[in-house]
Ligand binder design. Sequence first.
Ligand code: PLP
Length: 410
Amino acid sequence: AVAYFGAGPSALPTSVLETAAASLVNHNGSGLSLVEQSHRSALSGQILQNARDSFSKIINASADTHTVLFMAGGGTLQFSAVVYNLFTAWALKHPELAEKGQRGTCEYLVTGGWSSKAAEEAKRLVGEENVNVVLDTKNFHHAGEAKKFGNIPEAGQWKNNLKAGKDSAFVYFCDNETVDGVEWPKGTPVDTLGEDPDRIIVADMSSNILSRTFDASKFGVVFAGAQKNVGSTGVTIVLLRNDILKLLASGGSLPPKLTPQIPVTPVMMHYPTISKAGSLYNTLPIFDVYIASLTLAKLLQRDESGKTALQQQEDESNAKASLLYGVLDKYENIYHVVPAKSVRSRMNICFRIKEPGDEAKFLKGGEEIGLLGLKGHRSVGGIRISNYNAVGVDSVKKLAVYLEEYAKGI
Ligand code: PLP
């Protein structure tokens, strides 16, 4: 059997793939493939509703406080969408300042390649002078590795760089940096950012959503491409706080032109437009929403013994990650985990093999016994084990044995 550790698109539960495969030919005995059905049919509406309800239930976000949107364009589209929407929201909230030609500032905590890309996009859209890089860990050296993402300093070292919430359009971070294997420790940096209630907190959770619990009430916007822990490539889930949606909707049902300084949101990124249309402003890939709904339903099945589904998934994710890091640490003469211990990702375990040139040998040996998808991202090299929800405990155990045997030279 093959065990797949690719970083995204990544493994999906086999039962989900089997149900989806049948649906591709003949959805639920309807005689039509799901990809042949209109996105506006009752059937598609039901699939969307199921996905939305399951997601909200799993993360414990009520419809009274948060709206769930399904959008195309991946996480990358959201890099732009949050900028357009939240500068618009800032201008709607501060009309007297916007009329004077001001536009507020957006703030970024840069801890890896993806948050870095998001900050660069913001600079393109609103100008460098309106982007406050609160923290850039590429310049925070650790373990002798200069100019590499791999550690996050204590909040005391960066929190004074934050603006007051009322001057800030939003503050952004990436909860798990997929390429660099760096994950914010649970509950951070939201604890620090939330000290000022005026701050709108935005998080990219593309690669660790549904792997641990989080307090949705603290976030203004959370987004996640489905292709890692939720489903297949093609849809992105956006969780938006209702007060922000309401403020944005007050600008009109289509994107408004407020002042010359505030960029007009392209309609496909305009959250109120997408929300008002129930995520069906244009043709949404319903088949991908269906795959997400199946994965979410499967996760919800865990919701039985005293703990919620997400708490149980979190326990499992932590246990799988500890097993792998345990072996890597045990053989530290052979392996070198790249990020510092305090920020090691539970989802993307990035390490090097110390002996130069041996990584290809390691990868080849793994492939020969069905351990696939272990090559590190092309920008950083090395080995990366992606430990997403669909990667079974058995696959992780098999990999742990291989790590052990490789280290012992067996
Ligand atoms: N953010 C994170 C954390 C990611 O891992 C990725 C992709 O791997 C993205 C954003 C970009 O997502 P997409 O390729 O769906 O646009």
